[in-house]
Design a protein around this ligand. Sequence first.
Ligand code: GDP
Length: 423
Amino acid sequence: MGKSTLFNRLTESRQAIVDDESGVTRDRHYGQSDWSGQFFTVVDTGGYVVGSEDVFESAIREQVLITIEEADAIFFLLDVTTGITDLDDAIAAVLRKSKKPVFVVANKVDNNFLYSETAVFYALGLGDVFPISSMTGSGTGELLDAAMKVLKPEPIEPPESTIPKYAILGKPNVGKSSLINILSGTPRNIVTPIAGTTRDSIHVTYNQFGQEFMLIDTAGLRKKTKVRENLEFYSVMRSIRALEESDVVLLMIDAQEGLDSQDINIFHLAEKNKKGIVILVNKWDLIEKNNKTTSVFEEEIRTRLAPFSDIPIVFTSIPEKQRVYKAIDMAKRVYENRKQKISTSHLNDVMLEIIERTPPPSIKGKSIKIKYITQVTGVCPSFVFFCNLPQYIKEPYKRFIENQLREKFDLLGTPILLYFRQK
Ligand code: GDP
């Protein structure tokens, strides 16, 4: 129906987060996008191939319900060349009952004749119809303008915002609840929901190992589902919510399965959102080990996360209570790293010497000089390099600078931003 095309169009400037190498075609697609300066996450529901007589099988119904429950706004995509199908009718009936904003999107409107055909979709009783062509991109601007009006700005920070906020993310069954359970010895207070937002997140403050921190859980549809696709979809929606509200993501992977494409999707989403990251390799007790096992695992994970591989990796076992303290300690360190402010004089002392020794390669006979560096305010450590010809500083040199910064300062687990500006 063109959902993937629309998805790619919405996220193209940000590069769609899909793992091309895995060869898995049914991967859930989600990515970051922005329009008129507002950032949002796009989730492609994946959809179903209708095979049975009952066009609105429970699996689809469930998926629509999850979407209504978890999304801030819904794009209901219809195909102008086929008109309203029985399945569209059934989905519309559920959407009409929802309180979430629904945008009726008529796709494949590639010419003027088809434009007049879109009027039939008013019969769905869901309001305005937005004609688009996800192939050419026409109409998507109007759709996004309308959608941005209903998307709420970022939630107001809860009063405890100085307490580090962690989201424990990972695939179903990896051990997230088990970790939360052993941390739950002394939950101090539960803040829910955040006033003034539609997000029903639960923020639980813990005081464990002498540290105060908040774990973010997202309430919502608790119903069990037997459909694997829906389970995944639901866990993706919840992960995104928790991720957006956190400072540091604890990405839990299963030691027996290794890092897979779903884990990498979460990793990239955390990186794009400039969150701190700690990787927990859980169920470490189930792995047969020799003295090289840890380093082999680490090496493999770092290779797959390149170029952003300056990430702490902690090997945990929940039943054996192995390195749970270390995991929380790492999260705190990453939190501090992400918030740190490096003094301008220290930054210049260290970096200017390195730059002098290895200056940016000159281009067209012009030498490029970096004169001064300063850290500016941002969601993660952000550095401005003032230079005479910023446009001539290329990717490899930027990577070199990033590596040097990571070597000289403790930036473990945090994304950083580099800007090159004319003085
Ligand atoms: P969630 O879906 O990510 O919340 O996973 P759960 O916490 O429900 O854990 C799934 C299963 O894995 C449960 O049976 C846990 O007891 C088990 N489990 C969790 N962590 C570990 C671990 O470190 N080692 C072993 N052997 N089992 C674990």
